[in-house]
Design a protein around this ligand. Structure first.
Ligand code: GLN
Length: 313
């Protein structure tokens, strides 16, 4: 990997931070009641390159729930345990063109042809983790997230309680995917573990390290740990490029060329393969459920650092 000029990186981050700090567009997610209470003003940007150094601006140490970004690491876990083919066969790797919690998307192909980054596919992905003891499966989930972040992560209990009390729709989706034989685990257990995974607290800095681990072939550039085999990374990034920002994934790829994943907690993680990982936190979301300021900031930074892989000329 070629080293990034450090001063350009800091200048790009600072410019994006100051440009979008005053932007108030968008709205916190409120279908999970606890997310509506997170101050909308938080804004943080962090970037980690090959040397593991953190470049940042704003609220990069503020914990928030990872939400859908956890789907990436659950997918990585299943691939690590059971191989990539398991995801292709049991979940799928195609865009649904529907909102992230669409039941119509499930019905269209009777639970097939989904992907691990929309709720039906994400719950099925958790359902494909090996084991029968929920505690043991949870240990693997929190373990792989922590390895990607390079520190021990924990669950945000208020967010977990809030979502667990209001996730009837996800429970229905889990049951429907189970009815279509997409996984063998008890669907109530799979949905509960999925929800707990969504409630893991991270910071923008963590997301940058997690993204950088993907950018550098599954090796965490801060801890030096090889978290997953490098052969799994291109497939994971392909699914992120296809479906990481739900039904706005095409618009995102058009503007950045980068695989990324958003969460309704306001997090956004993008990966510039061989170059850097970037993480942002800004709770207000657009209609598709993606962080408004996070998207704007990353688009500017990617342009400033010439990091779009389709523009390497
Ligand atoms: N836990 C959330 C849900 O299942 C995650 C969704 C998201 O971040 N888009 O609804």
């Amino acid at each position: 990997a070629r080293a990034l000029p450090q001063s350009n990186v800091d200048a790009a981050i600072n410019a994006a931070y100051h440009q979008y700090l005053p932007l108030t567009e968008g709205k916190n997610a409120d279908y999970i009641p606890a997310l509506a209470e997170v101050p909308s003003t938080y804004f943080g940007i962090a970037l980690v390159g090959a040397d593991g150094q953190i470049h940042s601006a704003g609220d990069v140490e503020q914990p928030f729930s990872i939400q859908s970004i956890s789907k990436v690491f659950n997918m990585a876990l299943v691939m690590k345990e059971s191989g990539q083919q398991r995801i292709i066969d049991s979940v799928g790797v195609d865009a649904t063109g529907q909102v992230f919690n669409s039941i119509e998307a499930v019905e269209q192909y009777r639970g097939k042809e989904m992907n691990p980054l929309v709720n039906p596919g994400a719950i099925a992905t958790v359902g494909n983790i090996q084991g029968t003891d929920p505690d043991q499966i949870w240990a693997k989930i929190i373990g792989i997230h922590s390895d990607f972040a390079g520190r021990q992560l924990e669950v945000n209990q208020p967010v977990y309680q809030s979502e667990a009390a209001t996730n009837q729709r996800n429970r229905a989706i889990g049951s429907l995917m189970s009815a279509y034989d997409r996984f063998a685990m008890d669907p109530a257990v799979a949905t509960e573990l999925y929800t707990r995974g969504c409630s893991i607290n991270v910071t923008a800095r963590d997301l940058a390290v997690m993204g950088a681990t993907l950018a550098f072939g599954g090796r965490n550039p801060v801890t030096g740990k090889q978290v997953i085999d490098s052969s799994l990374v291109p497939g994971i990034l392909a699914v992120m490029a296809t479906a990481g920002l739900y039904d706005d994934s095409g618009k995102w790829l058009f503007k950045t060329g980068l695989p990324a994943k958003s969460g309704v907690g306001g997090g956004l993680m993008a990966v510039a393969p061989g170059k850097f990982g970037i993480g942002t936190f800004a709770p207000p979301l657009d209609e598709a459920g993606n962080s408004v300021r996070g998207q704007r900031a990353i688009i500017d930074i990617v342009n400033a650092l010439h990091a779009n892989p389709y523009a390497q000329f």
